[in-house]
Structure formats: C-alpha cells, structure tokens
Design a protein around this ligand. Structure first.
Ligand code: IPM
Ligand code: MN
Length: 354
C-alpha cells in the first residue's frame, strides 16, 4: 500500500533557521523513505529579510495557503535589524493565534551523553513535558497605553484567560499525560496566592477536568516554586500545564537543564488543525552561514512534527536516531561551534541512523 502524502510548509526564517531546517529535512526525508510516506514541501519566504525587502510580514494570501497544509516546519524568527516585537507579534504570534495552535508542547528530556548544569542528575531524572497555553494570557495584546512618553504615562497589559481556552489546554494536558503513561502525574503551575482571578479559574477548571482522569494524579505548584523544583528535583515532574507567560519562562529553564538551546524543540499544536514545529532557540544571527550551529533541536522538532501528523513510528525513529548519535560519542558538545562536527555533518550522521 502506498504511504500517505503530506503537504508541509517550510519556513527557514532568519539567521541560522534555514541551515538547521535543511538538516532537519534531510532527516525527515530519510524517515519518509524508511517508513513509506511522502512529503510535498512548500517553501515560504517569511521573516526579517522579507520584511526588510518588501515590508511584508505575513500576507493574508500566504496565511490562507498555510491553513491548507498538514503542518509547518519553522526555523527561527528574529532579525538584528528589525525592532523587537515586529516579527514576533506579526509573524510568530500571529501564526499561533490565527491557526489556533493553542498548545505549546515542550519536552524537557536529558539525552544520554549530554551535559546538564544540574549536579548528579541523569537522563532518568530529567524527563518531563511542559504543556503551555499558547493563545491567551499576557500574549493577546490586550491593554494599551495612555499619555505615552509623558511623566503620567499609563501602561496596561492584561492577562486574558477564558474558561474555554484554559479548559481545552488542561484537557489536552491530562490526555497527553495519560497517553504518555509514565508517572501519571500532572502538575498545574500557577500563582494562586497572588493572581487570584486568573489562577482561580485555572485551578477550578483543573480539578474539574481531573475528575475525568481518575488514573492521573493532579498536583499543583506555584510558578516560583516550579523553577526551584526544576533545578533541585526535576524528577518530580511528569507533565506540567501552565499559562502562556509562565510556560514561556519555565521552558527556557527547561531547555537549559536538558543541555541547552541546541537540543530544545517545541510544537505549536492545534490538535484539529495545522500545527507548527520549531527549535526554540531563536535565529542565533552571529553563527549564520558558518556551518557550526547545532541542528539537533530542529531535527527533534521534525520528529515531533511526524508524530503529530500521524507518522508516530517515524517520529520516534527520528528521536531514537538523535539518541543513538549522541550515545556514539562523536558529538562532543551541543554548543554551536563546539560540536566537533559541522552542522551538515550532524545532519548526515543522524539521517544515516534513522
Ligand atoms: C518562544 C519565544 C516567543 C514567545 C517569542 C519569540 C515571541 O520566546 O517561542 O518561547 O515568547 O513565545
Ligand atoms: Mn520563549
């Protein structure tokens, strides 16, 4: 039987984004041959260079095309010559919102042979997943400014939490935790002692949805304590669910304890729509074109993409190839320029192991 054909939108984006996506595609092609599915890759030239050239960030016609894809594979957005906020809000956040990618899924997993800054912690201790709400909270742009630039300036930036948005995120996290079948524990990360409106809503929704999942232990931690436990006792966590802002912050900490931005991948997921996968590290402009950036985060994001579109064994094989490559000892470090191999060599190595 012929395998399925998937239409994948490819957005290399800025800085080292295109280089790491190139290696990721190498690995996905190897997986497609081995597992018998096909990919129709559609390239999209979006990001800082396009913006500087044409003033366009995300034309409506492009967005309409993206809605018809099976998934999006994104490199990085962020350009040193573009004012912060323009591309982030106009492209990355707009995609997340318009495509209703309401889950930001970020595995925090220490692979073998990878250095973690946490003393005495091993791959057995660091293996949890953060489910970050991705369409609400402080990220919606709600609020405004009055009397800008005067001594009486007022800035209001509100956190929007809807029962629908919170509940669908929490339900996704419980289901994810159940399917993961690891420690069967879901931790709500919030701030119920201070943010008594927003996290009251989260907490009530959390314990109500928990009743539908008797096999999952519901657990709660304040966000400040969460950062403490992530460093001191990461083994306590299985799945963490949290709002957009807290999720943004704790997943950078998560990336560091799993070995750095070179390996940290994430998915912006609409379980019934078009999801988008990306290395979470940014465009690293100073390494652009030098063939030294670590493509492993992009490769891992590609593995997540395959799992989401329905090629689970292929996605798992991609992750396994990364683990095998790391276990082989040829990759000396995950840091750019210190890998002992070039970007393209790491891509070749992993593609050969799928
Ligand atoms: C991330 C990034 C983005 C975010 C930025 C670039 C807008 O930090 O994906 O975590 O804050 O969500
Ligand atoms: Mn972030």
């Amino acid at each position: 039987m012929a395998g399925k054909l998937y239409r994948i939108g490819v957005m290399g984006g800025d800085g080292t984004g295109p280089e790491v996506i190139h290696e990721g595609l190498k690995v996905l092609q190897a997986a497609s041959k081995k597992f018998g599915f096909a990919m129709d890759l559609v390239n999209y030239d979006l990001g800082g260079e396009r913006y500087k050239r044409t003033g366009e960030i995300l034309p409506d016609s492009v967005l309409a095309e993206l809605r018809k894809l099976d998934a999006i594979y994104l490199g990085a957005i962020g350009h040193p010559d573009v004012k912060p906020g323009i591309l982030e809000k106009g492209l990355l956040l707009r995609l997340r919102f318009e495509l209703d990618q309401y889950i930001n899924l970020r595995p925090v997993k220490l692979y073998p042979n990878v250095d973690t800054p946490l003393k005495d912690k091993t791959p057995a201790d660091i293996d949890f997943v953060v489910v970050r709400e991705n369409t609400e909270g402080l990220y919606t742009g709600a609020g405004g400014v009055l009397r800008k630039g005067t001594p009486n300036e007022v800035a209001v930036q509100e956190s929007i939490n809807t029962r629908m948005g919170v509940e669908r995120c929490i339900r996704y996290a419980f289901e994810f935790c159940k399917n993961r079948a690891k420690r069967n524990k879901l931790t709500l990360c919030g701030k119920t002692n201070v943010l008594t409106y927003a996290f009251d809503l989260w907490e009530r929704a959390f314990y109500e949805v928990a009743k539908e999942f008797p096999g999952i232990q519901p657990d709660y931690a304040h966000v400040d304590a969460t950062t403490m436990w992530m460093v001191k006792n990461p083994e306590w966590f299985d799945v963490i669910v949290t709002d957009n802002m807290f999720g943004d912050i704790i997943t950078d900490l998560g990336a560091m304890i799993q070995g750095g931005m070179g390996i940290a991948a994430g998915g912006n997921i609409n379980p019934r729509g078009v999801s988008m996968f990306e290395p979470i590290g940014g465009s690293a402009p100073k390494y652009t074109g030098k063939n030294v950036i670590n493509p492993m985060a992009a490769i891992c994001a590609g593995g997540m993409l395959l799992e989401e579109i329905g090629e689970k064994p292929a996605g798992q094989a991609v992750e396994q190839a990364v683990i095998t490559a790391l276990s082989g000892g040829k990759i000396k470090s995950l840091a750019a320029g210190k890998m002992g191999l070039s970007t393209t060599e790491v891509g070749d190595l992993i593609a050969g192991l799928v």
